[in-house]
Design a protein around this ligand. Structure first.
Ligand code: MSP
Length: 569
């Protein structure tokens, strides 16, 4: 992905934001020692570009539904932004996190060379994302040379700016989370054998005591800057996670150990000019967002939205912005933090052996079926519980019955022998039955309402609005009984009923593109909507537009097969 570079200071973008950000710009200048950043960045208005990221995934285990959820939220948002602003330049990055002790240990356990091990699992993520139509523009691996260069440069920049010192780190380390923990973040549990063990209070994974000489990052000196950054109420969504971060920042911020002795953790990137130390895997991993942006050369920065799960909020909401500020770069514009998929109340994870395999579910529900269920049932603000019974019922009721039947009814050869979106008669439009009037009202407000929900990453609420219109359209058809009109010589009423219902299909088809791209394309093909009339604004060309012209124009229907086959319970 290359953007024509138009060198301008990060500040011009910052200044366009709220006061908080303006003062943040000043803070940033202080932090970089008054020197301007050595990186040329291009600020564009949000209308001109969209840069969204997913976390990069650990390759110690195969992908599960929870991983896919992070990627899907970013994908739906990316697709939506492209529909809303056709021609917009975008970066949508994802990839794999392949260094560190956890991966080192997993590769040893598998008896594989670490690189061979990483190649295999990274490819599994990529294959899954391709299978589920995750339309990333950048797939980054932390073992790539370009990433190695970016991390080395970034670390050196922190050092040159005076934010790194040599020190002794003593404390708890959780290998599974690749995280350092304070006394308060650790608790004792009793195993079934009666043995007592210390684990991370948050994740439940075991911890070990470490004491060694490391490079330390002066995180503690960034409290005020982080508070400034977090003053913006829109900075982190949903609000509960913003509050959580504000709470953490007001507590003690300890300096962060950002290296490990190479003899203990060899699978990583070496500290520049010190081959005895490896860079802490979380610093290495976070820099992936800079790597995809082109760092340390000319780049587009900062990301508009970074998607992440609640388990890695501290890394993205505290360490990452502080590290960026220390390097003289802008922190991200926004974080979207989502909750987890659980199984019987527990977070899915390989170590618990309770993961739902996305590949199996694609075979059972199709890729769009799986996408629909995850985005329909996965709410950002609270955990969602995976249930196959629920998935089958929901997909059958909404995709096969509501949407599929509506499409069948208005495109069936017996009712629609000319195979068109027929013209709507103005007299009918002026005297519609109540069910029709209600449908029209819903279709008129739908583009704005769904746009609001999608913009706020509340895809489930957007889908709710769309499905309510689809249900109303079925109700309308049911009341108007077009099958009783088909033998009348005057087809005006039948045509009008079909056109109103087909307007609902067209609108739903456009609005569902970010959620179920294949099925939406099928709906739009079947209803004869040309490619150039599928952007967000095209929805507004129906009832939204008071000009009757468009609705009087007939359109030829396209080819059609069954939309979504019912799944056996
Ligand atoms: N490698 C780190 C991220 C580094 S980003 C600089 C990592 N990887 S992960 O593979 O463990 O998780 C990746 C994403 O998957 C995270 O957003 C995480 O929250 C998400 N999920 C993992 N399990 C999940 C669920 N059970 N439910 C929903 N998402 C969860 O963390």
């Amino acid at each position: 992905m290359s953007f024509t570079l138009n060198f301008s200071s990060v500040r011009s973008c910052v200044n366009r934001r709220k006061n908080v950000s303006r003062s943040f710009g000043l803070v940033k200048r202080r932090l970089s020692g008054g020197k301007s950043s050595d990186v040329k960045t291009r600020s564009e208005t949000s209308a001109g570009k969209y840069f969204v990221t997913t976390p990069i995934f650990y390759v110690n285990a195969e992908p599960h539904i929870g991983h896919l959820h992070s990627a899907l939220l970013a994908d739906a948002s990316h697709r939506f932004q492209k529909l809303r602003s056709p021609g917009i330049k975008t970066i949508f990055s994802t990839g794999t996190d392949e260094h560190g002790l956890k991966i080192q240990q997993s590769s040893v356990a598998s008896g594989c060379d670490p690189m061979v091990f990483c190649n295999q699992v990274s490819q599994k993520f990529r294959t899954l994302f391709d299978l589920v139509d995750i339309g990333y523009t950048e797939y980054v691996r932390t073992v790539e040379d370009r990433h190695n260069t970016a991390v080395g440069h970034f670390f050196k920049k922190l050092k040159d700016n005076g934010h790194i010192y040599r020190g002794n780190y003593s404390g708890w380390y959780c290998v599974s989370d690749e995280a350092y923990l304070t006394e308060l973040q650790v608790r004792e549990v009793q195993l079934q054998s009666g043995e007592k063990k210390l684990v991370s209070a948050e994740s439940g994974h075991p911890v070990e005591w470490n004491s060694e000489d490391n490079y330390m990052f002066k995180l503690s000196s960034f409290r005020q800057d982080l508070q400034y950054w977090l003053k913006d109420d829109q900075r982190v969504q949903p609000e509960r996670y913003l509050q959580e971060l504000r709470g953490w920042v007001s507590e003690d911020l300890h300096d962060l150990s950002v290296s490990r002795p190479n003899k203990r953790v060899s699978w990583g990137i070496l500290v520049p000019e010190d081959s005895q130390h490896t860079i802490y895997v979380w610093v290495d991993a976070l820099v992936n967002y800079l790597t995809v942006a082109g760092y340390p050369d000319q780049m587009v920065w900062p990301p508009d939205v970074q998607v992440l799960g609640k388990d890695i909020l501290r890394f993205h909401g505290i360490y990452w912005p502080a590290l960026l500020m220390a390097a003289g770069l802008d922190p991200p514009n926004k974080l979207l933090c989502h909750s987890h998929w659980t199984i019987e109340g527990e977070k899915m994870s390989k170590s618990k052996g309770n993961v739902v395999c996305p590949k199996d579910r694609v075979e059972r529900y199709t890729s769009d079926g799986l996408r629909y269920f995850l985005l329909r049932e996965g709410t950002p603000h609270s955990d969602s519980s995976w249930s196959d019974t629920r998935a089958v019922r929901l997909l059958n009721a909404e995709l096969a019955d509501s949407l599929g039947n509506l499409l069948n009814r208005c495109t069936a050869q017996s009712l629609n022998p000319h195979q068109q979106r027929p013209p709507l008669c103005p007299q009918y439009k002026g005297n519609m039955p109540l069910a029709g009037q209600k449908l029209v009202e819903q279709l008129i407000i739908l583009p704005d309402l769904v746009e609001k929900h999608y913009t706020n990453f509340n895809f489930y609420r957007g889908i709710d609005v769309i499905m309510a219109a689809v249900r109303q359209a079925n109700l309308f058809v049911q009341e108007e009984r077009p099958w009783e009109l088909k033998n009348q010589t005057d087809r005006t009423k039948l045509d009008s009923v079909l056109r109103v219902a087909l307007e609902a299909v067209r609108t739903a088809g456009i609005a569902l593109q970010p959620i179920i791209p294949k099925l939406a394309s099928h709906l739009l093909d079947a209803t004869g909507v040309p490619d150039h009339q599928r952007c967000w604004n095209s929805m507004r060309e129906g009832f939204y537009n008071t000009n009757q012209g468009e609705l009087s124009t007939p359109y030829k229907l396209g080819s059609r097969t069954k939309l979504f086959g019912k799944i056996k319970e």
